[in-house]
Design a protein around this ligand. Structure first.
Ligand SMILES: [Fe+2]
Ligand SMILES: [Fe+2]
Length: 168
């Protein structure tokens, strides 16, 4: 793909992916305001933007999706960088501005991302290909573990009913 088009496809993918989440939030707001038909409209168009995002991504697959070893390494690098650079800066700014809720969300996300990095690292350097283990994902902070369903989330303290099981 030529350079400009490639960059535009990637930009379009990011835009549509964001729109998907934004429209779902709009739908929730419309439900709160008891305008169910508007909520449905937002949900339907969110679904359409998801289709667009997927379609753009498929077109740009060679720039976004590599072979699994590379995808693991890139995901590891991203998690490491976001937990060691971006989030710590976001936390500092939030604390400086006295934004405690944001500081907490950022710091729990930072902690969760560093666990994600560890899971990727393990997948890169150890053989997990022959394992068939489920993963448990905290729906409050995004902590992920494969050991067993924790009684309590080690990051945010959420109880085990707040975990979603992936792979069972
Ligand atoms: Fe992550
Ligand atoms: Fe959690």
């Amino acid at each position: 793909m030529k350079e400009k088009t490639k960059a535009n496809v990637y930009t379009a993918f990011i835009g549509e992916a964001k729109a998907y989440f934004r429209l779902l939030a709009y739908a929730e707001k419309a439900e709160e305001e008891e305008v169910p038909q508007i909520a449905l409209l937002f949900r339907a168009i969110a679904e359409a933007e998801r289709v667009h995002a997927t379609r753009h991504m498929n077109l740009a697959k060679d720039i976004i999706v590599k072979d699994t070893d590379t995808n693991l390494r890139n995901s590891f690098k991203r998690e490491k960088s976001i937990s060691e650079n971006e989030y710590p800066n976001f936390i500092k700014d939030a604390e400086m501005e006295g934004e405690q809720a944001a500081a907490l969300t950022f710091s729990q996300a930072r902690d969760a991302e560093s666990y994600h990095a560890k899971l990727y690292e393990r997948a890169i350097y150890h053989v997990i290909r022959d394992e068939t283990k489920a993963y448990y994902v905290c729906q409050v902070c995004g902590y992920v573990t494969s050991n067993k369903l924790p009684e309590k989330c080690p990051i945010c303290g959420a109880t085990k009913d707040k975990f979603k099981t992936v792979g069972e």
